[in-house]
Structures are given as structure tokens and as C-alpha cells.
Design a protein around this ligand. Structure first.
Ligand code: PFF
Length: 457
């Protein structure tokens, strides 16, 4: 093994890979982003479209990214470069690497908030709140302190960097294995409490009974972005993770398990949030602070609320960590593979880049004007980063990856990669149809649609 190969590492086992990939997928996207975006975009109608996109676009793109990664054993840039040297396809990888830092920059801000909330809850800041409005006031005061937000951002990037510097297998697998199942159980308990609150049924209706008339181009674009964001697709995170999988593993069943777990957690998060939100008379379209307002309001109405509250925010921070690890791993693997940088150097520089880019996001939620309400778009800097990197960049990336696999590299080659070592791929015709026609056409139509209607954000 060359030193570079040693620096790349590989997964300990197939289960190790699924857990790590699920760790990348499951994060703030499921518990912070999914409910608030669903709340802003029509509730159940959004959820319906989201699920359709997860199955018809997310799953086939995930299989494709994993196949590219395992075939090339490279970072996103290196993978395209290896397959078609010096072609424009490298820039799909390049866009992904840049997107990784872009998402990390605002994601780590929210992740820092979850860490801050863990300490706030332990301190008993929420033990005497009687209404959702009080919880909202506490959140506003919390974000109004820029030094705190920046310190938490630094803390989160630091923890991520330390783990990524430790290498793939040892760092990521060990953490995810123990903590994700605990998060799942806690969410189930919270969902039960939320659904049994007085006045919860209106929330269930909003969340589960689709009103088709609420579907418009903006809803489609955001559901698409959310599906890709939640599954960590479109920027090569799954190419990078796929590069560490063994030839013997079944990519299709691995991808299906990741998609399944990720979707269950998002749906569950909605079941925690919406019943409680309506029971407390809060606005479902309240935006990025939703989870920080609704969850503490639920704990206040639970025996042992402090314990649950502290537990859920700590686990949320851990779920975020397994995702920030994958966000940082994408640019780091690029510098390790392509520029032959030592892993530590790559980690330090990419962390600094994400921190600097994250500064305006960190102070934007609490700023009284300026960054909290940008002149042209009318909303905050963090929301803008979230839309650009978290929706549009991932949608364009996925479109290009689908076109690459379906037309340039060729569906047959991808299928051959999946079927290595005698693995069966029964749905290969379905996958081929989805990746060649459904994914690119659906994403392109959504783009044309939002451009024509001006429904960008
Ligand atoms: N999928 C993560 C989440 O839902 O929280 C966020 C994410 C991680 C997006 C890695 C993209 C990515 F490459």
C-alpha cells in the first residue's frame, strides 16, 4: 500500500458502510430542515412530492454515485478525471467539492446551535416556559448573541476536523453505530408525546392530508432540493463514501437501506413537530428556528423534560456531526488524492474555509437588519446559502450526474459495476429508465418552471 492509499482508508464492513452513509444522510436535514421547509411549503402536499422524489430521483442517483465512487476509488473530481481525463465532467466534481464547503459553512452554524441548546436545557432555561411564544423569545435572544454563535461554529468545525483528521473507518463508524439507534428511540417517544397533546390533530391533518392545490413550482423545487440534501446527493459525498466500499457489497440494497432509514427519520421528525406546533398555536411557516422553538415547548410538557431535551439536542448534535464529517471529507479527499496533501493539512485548510464562509451565516439569524434580511431577496444570509448550496447546487449536480451516467459513461458500465462479483441487479431496467429519462427531465423541467415563474426561493 502506498502512503496515499493508506491515507484513504476503507470501511470495516458492509454494515460499517451503511451506518456511515446513513450517518451522512441522517442529520439536521431530517430534523431541522425537513419540518421547517415542509411547514413553509404546504405541509402534506410537500411531504407527498418529497417521497415521490426520494424514490424516483434520490434512490437512482444514490446508486449511481456509489457506483462511480467504488469503480474509481476517488474523490468526485478525481473520479470524473479518471474516467474521462481533461473533460468538462471534472467540473461536476469541482462543483461538488465547493458545494461541500458551502453547505458545511451554514450547517455547522445550526449544528453549533444544537450544541448550545444542549447546555441551555441542562441549565434549566426552559423549565418554566408556559407557551410557544416564550420558547420563541428565548431562541431570538440566543441568536442575537453573535459571539456565542461564532464560538459554537468554531467548536463544531473543530470537532468535525479532529474526527476527519483521524481517518475514515476509525473515526466515523465507531460513533454512528451506537448513537443513531438511540436518536431513533428518542424521536419515537417525542412523537408519542406530541401526538397526544391537546389540539394536536390539526397538526396531523396539516402534515398528513395533502391539499394538492398547494403544489406549485416553488414547492417542487424545494421538495427536490430537500430530497437531495437529506440523502447527501448531488455533490459527490456518496461518490467519496462509495470509494471506500468493497467490491463484494451490494450497492443497490445498501443504497435502499440508507434511503429507507433517512426517510423514516424525516417523517418521524415531522410527527414530532407538527402536532406540537399546532397544539401550541405556533406558525408552521415560522422558518429556520422552528425546531429550536417547538422541541423545548414539548419538553416543558413532559415529565423528565430536561432529560429528554438534553438527550435529543445532544443526539441531534451527534447526527449533525456524522453529516459534517461527510461534508468535510469531500474536499479533504480531493486534496489528499489530487494534490497529495497530508490529510491533516487538508483538514485544517478546509475547516478554515468553512469557518470564514460561515461567519455571515452565524450572525445572520440574530442580526436586527442587514444580514437577517438581504436587500434583493428579502430573507437572511443563512437562508440564501441554504437555498444556493442546499437546493440549487445539489439539484444541478444531480442532473449532471444522471446525464453523465445515463449518456456519457453509459448505463451498461454502471450496471456492470453494480453486478461485480456476481451481485444481482433485478431492477436494472427500471434504474436505467429513471437515470436516463426521469431524473434529468424532471430536474430540468423544475428549473425551467421556476425560472419562468420567478419562484426562486
Ligand atoms: N444529508 C445531510 C442531512 O440531511 O443533514 C446533509 C448533507 C450531508 C448534505 C452531506 C449533503 C452532503 F453531501
Amino acid at each position: 500500500m502506498t502512503p496515499i492509499e493508506q491515507d484513504r482508508g476503507s470501511w470495516g464492513s458492509k454494515a460499517g458502510f451503511i451506518i456511515a452513509a446513513a450517518g451522512s444522510a441522517i442529520g439536521l436535514g431530517n430534523i431541522w430542515r425537513f419540518p421547517y421547509v415542509a411547514g413553509q411549503n404546504g405541509g402534506a402536499a410537500f411531504v407527498l412530492i418529497y417521497i415521490i422524489f426520494v424514490v424516483l430521483i434520490g434512490l437512482p442517483v444514490m446508486i449511481t454515485e456509489l457506483a462511480i465512487g467504488r469503480h474509481t476509488k476517488k474523490n468526485p473530481w478525481g473520479a470524473f478525471e479518471l474516467l474521462f481525463p481533461k473533460s468538462v465532467w471534472r467540473f461536476v466534481g469541482g462543483l461538488g467539492i465547493f458545494t461541500g464547503i458551502g453547505i458545511l459553512s451554514f450547517y455547522a452554524v445550526i449544528a453549533g446551535f444544537t450544541l448550545g441548546y444542549f447546555f441551555k436545557i441542562i441549565k434549566g432555561d426552559f423549565s418554566s416556559i408556559a407557551s410557544g411564544d416564550q420558547a420563541a423569545a428565548i431562541f431570538t435572544a440566543f441568536t442575537a448573541n453573535p459571539y456565542l454563535a461564532i464560538s459554537l461554529l468554531v467548536a463544531f468545525i473543530l470537532i468535525t476536523g479532529l474526527i476527519v483528521a483521524g481517518g475514515v473507518s476509525a473515526g466515523i463508524e465507531r460513533w454512528s453505530k451506537i448513537l443513531m439507534p438511540i436518536l431513533f428511540v428518542l424521536l419515537i417517544v417525542l412523537a408519542i408525546r406530541s401526538i397526544t397533546l391537546e389540539g394536536a390533530s390539526k397538526g396531523l391533518e396539516f402534515y398528513l392530508k395533502p391539499d394538492i392545490s398547494k403544489i406549485n413550482p416553488g414547492v417542487l423545487a424545494r421538495a427536490l432540493g430537500q430530497a437531495l440534501f437529506s440523502l447527501s446527493l448531488g455533490m459527490g459525498a456518496m461518490i467519496t463514501y462509495g470509494s471506500y466500499i468493497s467490491r463484494k457489497d451490494n450497492l443497490v440494497t445498501s443504497a435502499a437501506s440508507v434511503v429507507f432509514f433517512d426517510t423514516i427519520i424525516a417523517i418521524l421528525a415531522g410527527l414530532v413537530m407538527f402536532p406540537a406546533l399546532f397544539a401550541m398555536g405556533l406558525d408552521p411557516a415560522g422558518g429556520a428556528g422552528l425546531v429550536f422553538v417547538v422541541l423545548p415547548s414539548i419538553f416543558a410538557k413532559m415529565p423528565g423534560g430536561i432529560l429528554f431535551g438534553a438527550g435529543i439536542f445532544l443526539l441531534l448534535a451527534v447526527a449533525a456531526l456524522t453529516s459534517t464529517i461527510s461534508l468535510l471529507e469531500v474536499p479533504v479527499s480531493y486534496f489528499v488524492d489530487e494534490k497529495k496533501w497530508p490529510r491533516k493539512k487538508a483538514v485544517i485548510w478546509m475547516s478554515v474555509a468553512a469557518f470564514v464562509m460561515g461567519l455571515p451565516s452565524a450572525v445572520s439569524l440574530g442580526a436586527s437588519d442587514g444580514l437577517s434580511k438581504l436587500p434583493l431577496v428579502g430573507f437572511g444570509f443563512l437562508d440564501l446559502m441554504n437555498a444556493i448550496f442546499g437546493n440549487y447546487s445539489l439539484s444541478i449536480g444531480s442532473l449532471l450526474i444522471a446525464v453523465f451516467a445515463g449518456y456519457k459513461w453509459g448505463a451498461k458500465v454502471v450496471i456492470a459495476e453494480i453486478q461485480k462479483e456476481g451481485v444481482a441487479f433485478q431492477l436494472k431496467h427500471v434504474w436505467t429508465f429513471l437515470i436516463r429519462f426521469v431524473c434529468p427531465v424532471a430536474i430540468a423541467i423544475i428549473f425551467v418552471y421556476i425560472i419562468v415563474t420567478g419562484n426562486y426561493f
